[in-house]
Design a protein. Structure first.
Ligand code: PLP
Length: 397
């Protein structure tokens, strides 16, 4: 007799056999530079806590105060009775920070990306998407009835070819991550904006891995690339550098945001962001705006890590983003990367290995993420753990 339990057990075993099983480690501490798990104490190099705001005392204080003043939950979507002054202020704060006209909040950036395309792009429109875009962009684009085109990652010749193919569409939009999370590479936004202008297309950037710390003022990839006034729509998350709790947004022209409030399904049919999260995120944005020191510390840590790792003979992808991929190429790379990451945890350093299909075959890596909350000693300890684990795993060959 068919049972779903037997059927799924087989699928689950296939995932295990393929070495693709994702096990979750339970933390027994808050998210911070030094964490504890049920098994170990470790310096954390795999969080998106780029500015160290996830446990910042002022963020905690703002969230605690909001719990008392504004309550725990909204028990409503925004348009029924789920909008407090906090939500309006948070939206205004994001718009002001990113220098966009208006902003609409979602429960997550996954929802923001899931809710933006269907509303804005329909039959007769064209969406041109980078091949390495985040899963939520891919899913969101699928929900739209627009014609879909894909260009090879950051390949401007291919983007031009796709823009040519899409000629004649009513609305055309080029969609890209601001930072590609497996490589730490920034999208070439200046060239993308040039091409988009040439073809009369809009540009949408998902800047989740950038807002708060990329660009001199932390305004993200458009700032770093000098195109803040040329990007039409920005989506992003509150779940990474900006406090790391949860929430996402779309920022753009007032008419776009107004229409999303009327039609965007994840906005209309999902609960409002909790007051505690809204208040903590407001404080996190205020801190991030003024965090020149934090951004400098993050750059220092990233640079120091890169220099020490290069000296120690590791193979890094080039770049300056705090996402720093340590490469383990070749047939044996996936196994090596996984073993080294496991061994490093025994040395008190928490990093994660990624292999196919998350990254291309033969390009396994350990993705290290620096934070402003790391000290110089933390960074040195990370490098020392890499060296020790490499010696143990490869037998010092
Ligand atoms: C993390 C991330 C998301 C998802 O954000 P959530 O708010 O956690 O849903 C979306 N897009 C990109 C590019 C991301 O890096």
């Amino acid at each position: 007799m068919y049972t779903i339990k037997d059927d799924l057990s087989a699928t689950l075993q296939e995932i295990r056999d393929a070495g693709l099983w994702k096990a979750e480690r339970e933390l027994t501490s808050p998210q911070q530079a030094h964490i504890t798990t049920t098994k170990a104490q470790a310096i954390n190099f795999c969080a998106n806590n780029y500015l160290g705001l996830a446990d910042h005392p002022e963020v905690l204080a703002a969230a605690s105060a909001a719990l008392q003043e504004w309550g725990f939950g909204m028990a409503s979507v925004r348009f029924i009775c789920g909008t407090q002054e906090l939500h309006t202020r948070l939206e205004a704060s994001i718009s002001d920070f990113l220098q966009m006209e208006e902003t609409i909040l979602y429960s997550s950036c996954f929802d923001a990306n899931g809710g933006v395309f269907e509303v804005l792009f329909g039959e007769g429109d064209a969406i041109i998407s980078d091949a390495l875009n985040h899963a939520s962009l891919i899913d969101g684009i699928r929900l739209s009835k627009a014609a879909r085109y894909r260009y090879a990652n950051a390949d401007m010749d291919d983007l031009r070819a796709q823009l040519e193919s899409a000629k004649g569409a009513r609305r055309t939009v080029v969609v890209t991550d601001g930072v590609f999370s497996m490589d730490g590479y920034l999208a070439p936004l200046e060239q993308i904006c040039d091409l988009a202008e040439e073809y009369g297309a809009m540009v949408l950037v998902d800047d989740s891995h950038a807002v708060g710390f990329v660009g001199d003022g932390g305004r993200g990839t458009p700032e770093a690339c000098g195109v803040m006034d040329r990007v039409d729509l920005v989506t992003g998350t509150l779940g990474k550098a900006l406090g790391g709790a949860s929430g996402g947004y779309v920022s753009g022209p007032a008419e776009v945001v107004a229409l999303l409030r009327q039609r965007s399904r994840p906005y209309l049919f999902s609960n409002a962001v909790a007051p505690v999260v809204a208040a903590g995120s407001l404080k996190a944005i205020e801190i991030a705006r003024a965090a020149d020191d934090g951004r400098a510390a993050l750059r220092r840590n990233t640079l120091m890590f890169r220099e020490l790792m290069t000296e120690a003979g590791f193979d890094l992808l080039p770049g300056t983003h705090p996402i720093t991929p340590v490469m383990f190429p070749g047939d044996d790379g996936a196994r090596q990367a996984a073993q080294i990451a496991d061994t490093m945890l025994e040395h008190g350093v928490y990093v994660i290995a990624f292999s196919y299909p998350v990254v291309p075959q033969g390009q396994a890596r350990i993705r290290v993420q620096l934070s402003a909350a790391h000290t110089e000693a933390d960074v040195r300890a990370c490098v020392a753990a890499f060296v020790a684990a490499r010696d143990e795993v490869t037998g010092g060959e």
